[in-house]
Design a protein around this ligand. Structure first.
Ligand SMILES: Cc1cc2nc3c(=O)[nH]c(=O)nc-3n(C[C@H](O)[C@H](O)[C@H](O)COP(=O)(O)OP(=O)(O)OC[C@H]3O[C@@H](n4cnc5c(N)ncnc54)[C@H](O)[C@@H]3O)c2cc1C
Length: 501
């Protein structure tokens, strides 16, 4: 079976590497991966740049981390023999700030997502007004919206994040924390974001505990008990919530491409159309060739997938088009330490949209990660654009870099005349799919149509999770579908299923 994989982000690479494992296990499978850009990795892009003194910047312009409670990246790193190259965040400097009235206010201790679980930090924080704090406390007594019938799930009671947070915790909690979190972490607008798709556990918590605060308190207790029961082994690497690699996140993409075999990968080549005739598939590409295949995996952004599937199944293409995507840019800037006379023991800043600032978030990369810049330099990353401010992206790269620099002067305290010693702008055009109300119902329909297409699979971040591990797993799942149709089962999948039970 020859498979054409379209898209060389982590989903497409996950598919390629799994097909390689299937071939190595003795199955008659091969693949060609096509990537439109000249590089692999998609939204994972680490720029490694040397300075004049031989020091180097490791600058992640797209995704900079993956969540460690999802196994996919660890599992693949182990298979590749590079697990020891993973590095966790520097948690001794983990603080996050929220912009309020143009100034930085530290996120109160005990906040789990946007819900308070500790009384004193909530009482003393300047992030919320007193009426807002009382309103948040009402979550403990406000009855649940509805009681679900037996067998019903969050998907049957989908709601926007705005609706849920305003209903349970009040408008100020939404404006000051929930909204910037949704925009900063998921690139979503709280007024559109589907809770059932992004955070179904919030709706589950309301059902189970009648309150989000009580739900998070129970979760905190469970985590503390687990930690007591399983304390870290002496000398073991500390467990962090987010991880990356010592050479940046692109490292894992590059190792997957090496292991899959770069001879089967064509970069700088776009797929321009996919067609099926009986059980045979063909893919037209930008060189003018048409490639024949037994199966196709479309692992592109969802809007590109819609364009490619128009001739295969117009209903499927129309459904894919209903998943919107927003654009954003990241400005990576490094300064001399002398130009950064502020406390540098923090990881991030979130800017609520009510603040009307062009910089939606900031990450202090040299504080969050080890060895991201030469000695004596501070590497910062600013986010621009996103669903709430697409117009700002009309500026040129230089204008956006200068805008980010001046915002860092105003917000963080970078010296006004500081000139960056490293500066690079990364644009992510329609790069973030938005999971809007009813998203999971749409994905069910998409998967049902995909299931009917023998020899065809979709992968990527637009369906069941936008995070790096989710995208990687989606590529592997696509391969499992195609192998299953060809009557091939891999030992690793049976072992995985046994573990899941
Ligand atoms: C700025 C930013 C920060 C992020 N931060 C994080 C984070 O810290 N942690 C996290 O877990 N997630 C993060 N994400 C999300 C995560 O990076 C992505 O969801 C994930 O990397 C997407 O992988 P993918 O393979 O599904 O898609 P992509 O990476 O988008 O790959 C799709 C590929 O398909 C190619 N392609 C498109 N059309 C064609 C065609 N016709 N022919 C050939 N190739 C084509 C594209 O060039 C692209 O390389 C972030 C995303 C962005 C944009």
């Amino acid at each position: 079976m020859h498979v054409i994989i379209i898209g060389g982000g982590i989903a497409g690479l996950g598919a390629a590497y799994k097909l390689r494992r299937a071939a190595d296990a003795g199955h008659e499978v091969s693949f060609t991966l096509l990537e439109r850009d000249d590089r692999l990795g998609g939204k994972i892009f680490t720029d490694i740049a040397e300075d004049a003194d031989g020091g180097r910047y490791v600058a992640d312009g797209g995704s900079d981390s993956f969540m460690t409670d999802k196994a996919a990246v660890h599992r693949v790193a182990r298979l590749l023999g590079v697990f020891d190259r993973e590095c966790g965040t520097c948690d001794e400097t983990k603080k996050t700030f929220i912009v309020k009235d143009g100034r930085l206010v530290e996120m109160p201790d005990g906040m789990m997502m946007f819900a308070p679980t500790k009384l004193v930090p909530l009482a003393t924080t300047k992030l919320y007004s007193w009426p807002a704090k009382f309103r948040m406390a009402l979550d403990l007594v406000i009855p649940r919206k509805v009681r679900w019938a037996p067998g019903e799930t969050a998907q049957d009671h989908d709601e926007t994040l705005e609706s849920l947070v305003v209903r349970r915790l009040g408008r100020e909690c939404l404006d000051r924390l929930a909204e910037p979190l949704a925009a900063g972490v998921n690139g979503d607008e709280a007024s559109e974001m589907s809770v059932a798709a992004r955070y179904p556990m919030l709706l589950d918590m309301e059902q189970q505990h009648g309150s989000l605060v009580k739900g998070f308190l129970a979760q905190r207790k469970r985590v503390e008990e687990m930690r007591k029961k399983h304390p870290p082994q002496p000398g073991a690497r500390p467990r962090t919530m987010f991880s990356s690699f010592d050479e940046g996140l692109q490292f894992i993409c590059d190792r997957m491409a090496d292991a899959a075999d770069r001879g089967c990968i064509r970069t700088g080549v776009s797929a321009t159309g996919v067609a099926r005739e009986n059980s045979a598939w063909s893919v037209a590409i930008s060189t003018g060739e048409t490639l024949a295949a037994d199966a196709v995996i479309v692992a592109t952004e969802v809007w590109a997938a819609a364009e490619l599937t128009g001739d295969v199944d117009p209903v499927l293409a129309a459904l894919l088009r209903t998943i919107p995507c927003s654009s954003c840019a990241t400005a990576l800037l490094a300064f001399d330490e002398a130009d950064c006379p502020f406390d540098r023991k923090w990881h991030g800043i979130l800017t609520p949209s009510v603040e009307k600032k062009p910089l939606t978030g900031v990450t202090l990369m040299t504080s969050k990660w080890p060895d991201r810049a030469p000695e004596g330099k501070v590497l910062v990353r600013g986010f621009l654009g996103g669903p709430r401010d697409q117009e700002v992206l009309e500026m040129s790269d230089d204008e956006l870099l200068e805008l980010a620099r001046t915002q860092l002067v105003e917000l963080v305290g970078v010296a006004p005349d500081a000139r960056p010693c490293y500066a690079k702008l990364f644009r992510w055009e329609r790069g973030m799919p938005q999971y809007t109300l009813g998203h999971m119902d749409r994905v069910d329909e998409i998967e049902s149509l995909e299931g009917e297409l023998r020899g065809f699979a979709l992968a990527g971040n637009a369906y069941r999770g936008v995070g790096v591990p989710n995208a990687l797993e989606s590529g592997e799942r696509a391969v499992t579908k195609l192998l299953g149709e060809a009557g091939i089962s891999l030992d690793e999948d049976s072992a995985e299923q046994k573990r899941a039970h």
